[in-house]
Design a protein around this ligand. Structure first.
Ligand code: SF4
Length: 459
């Protein structure tokens, strides 16, 4: 991808607080008034259509220690019995939800996230997998994936993971530079990570991916280029590259991050551009906002064909109509509702013990929400807005509903972020960097007053 030149003045103007649009409407606008009865109503609608396939997510929140930079719903422990007690509750939650379904549901995508799923020992992992197999038919073509922390993994554990049925693994790397690792509280020797990567390859997972983060303290052009070169030499199938959001006031563990060496937003943007050039030269395509896939990977092919989707588990070519999620803080997306479990371990467990589905908040989407959701998700994934996108599902052209918003997007033509074609709006190479800003023009919720900052900055 050729470098595009973007002035500092333009970066200043666009570096606003804004959603990442993993969902629309975004999480801060879901409400506490959405409760267990609403969730049960949604589940009954899913149960009424047993032929519809599902995506399934399990949240396994435990880690050996808490990294300073972590933005996940995670907790550290060194006691296996704490994990067992959580798995008891997870089992009860799955049972409460799936027994009334009455049938074993087909699954096209299963993902374990955390926390660190491989903090579970082999018996615990097997227990969770067998629990899910009891209620779900994991299709032979399903993407079955989990996140791995190389610092605590063993070959034997990986062999168990493979034999259970996982076909995709994602390795947390973040950055190979020891100074960066020290600043973010995650010491992970490069040789150990690389050895572990090659073991994953030897064991024969269909897809081995790595997660990195840009915008971390002490990441310089030289140091980050070295990390990128090392990543490229491993040839992972996919690379997730997350923008570090430093929000110590809401994520208190981030107060421990050594922020003195943090790149400013100009430097951070330069790191992103360097990453795009390095990965493009190595044969990777830029996927959506923050992922890369080798140009032969099905995700890259789908992106070129503009048929990429995103759910809470990441980008996908095979979206299921419903996503069921289990465990503390997990988010389900089913029957036109979003539902989030309590993110506090104690409250989640107490809720289950009392025989409840421990919902923290949720939302039933209106017809307008569903329409805008379709538009925003397509734009975030495929960098375009075809006017007939909504015709088949909603019976109307995008312009019939979002006429004013489209006029607002027209103002970005002069800035070079979009071009207006006869049948669509195309996001330009420059516009790709500001997808979040463009989608904010389609989001009426942002006009609602809030008394605290809700989102990270767009750069
Ligand atoms: S970054 Fe990963 S390993 Fe570190 S605390 Fe967060 S979830 Fe755990």
């Amino acid at each position: 991808m050729p470098t595009v030149t973007i002035s500092n003045e333009m970066l200043d103007r666009y570096n606003r607080a804004g959603p990442r649009y993993t969902s629309y409407p975004t999480v801060p606008y879901w409400t506490k008034t959405f409760g267990e009865a609403d969730y049960k109503e949604a589940l009954a609608e899913v149960a009424a259509k047993p032929e519809e396939v599902l995506s399934v997510y399990a949240h396994l929140p435990f880690c050996a220690s808490r990294c300073h930079y972590c933005g996940c719903n995670a907790t550290s422990t060194n006691r296996p019995e704490v994990v067992d007690a959580y798995l008891d509750r997870l089992e009860r939650e799955v049972t409460m939800i799936m027994e009334p379904m009455g049938t074993k549901r087909k699954v096209t995508q299963l993902h374990w996230g955390g926390g660190t799923p491989n903090f579970l020992n082999e018996a615990q992992m097997t227990r969770v997998y067998r629990l899910l197999e009891r209620y779900f038919e994991i299709l032979p073509t399903a993407e079955v994936s989990l996140e791995l922390d190389p610092r605590i993994a063993t070959r034997q554990q990986l062999e168990t993971i493979k034999s259970l049925g996982f076909n995709r693994v994602s390795l947390g790397v973040q950055d190979f530079n020891p100074k960066v690792q020290e600043a973010i509280g995650r010491i992970q020797p490069a040789d150990m990570t690389k050895n572990f990567y090659w073991i994953c390859r030897e064991i024969g997972f269909q897809s081995v991916n790595v997660d990195i983060v840009y915008g971390l303290p002490y990441q310089t052009a030289i140091s980050f280029q070295k990390t990128l070169d090392e990543i490229v030499s491993l040839k992972p199938d996919r690379i997730a590259s997350f923008s570090y959001a430093h929000l110590p006031s809401s994520r208190t563990n981030q107060k421990q991050v050594d922020a003195t060496g943090m790149p400013n937003h100009y430097e951070k943007f330069a790191l992103l551009q360097m990453e795009l050039e390095t990965l493009a030269a190595a044969g990777y395509d830029w996927i959506g906002m923050d992922h890369f896939a080798h140009s032969t990977d099905e995700l890259a092919i789908a992106a070129r064909e503009r048929r990429l989707f995103r759910n809470f588990m990441g980008y996908t070519t095979m979206p299921a109509p419903h996503q069921l999620a289990f465990g503390m803080s997990s988010i389900s997306d089913l029957a036109g509702r979003f539902v989030q479990n309590d993110a506090h371990l104690g409250r989640y467990q107490k809720g289950i013990d009392a025989g409840h589905l421990p919902i923290d908040r949720g939302m039933k989407l209106s017809a307008d929400d569903k329409f805008r959701r379709r538009v925003i998700m397509h734009m975030m994934c495929n960098a375009e807005l075809p006017y007939n996108l909504t015709k088949a599902q909603f019976g109307v052209d995008v312009r019939e509903v979002l006429g004013n918003e489209i006029e607002r997007l027209r103002l970005y033509v002069e800035e070079g972020l979009v071009s207006f074609e006869p049948d669509r709006i195309e996001v330009t190479e420059v516009g790709r960097y500001f997808l979040r800003n463009l989608c904010m023009e389609l989001d009426p919720y942002l006009a609602q007053k809030q008394d605290r900052p809700l989102f990270s900055r767009t750069i």
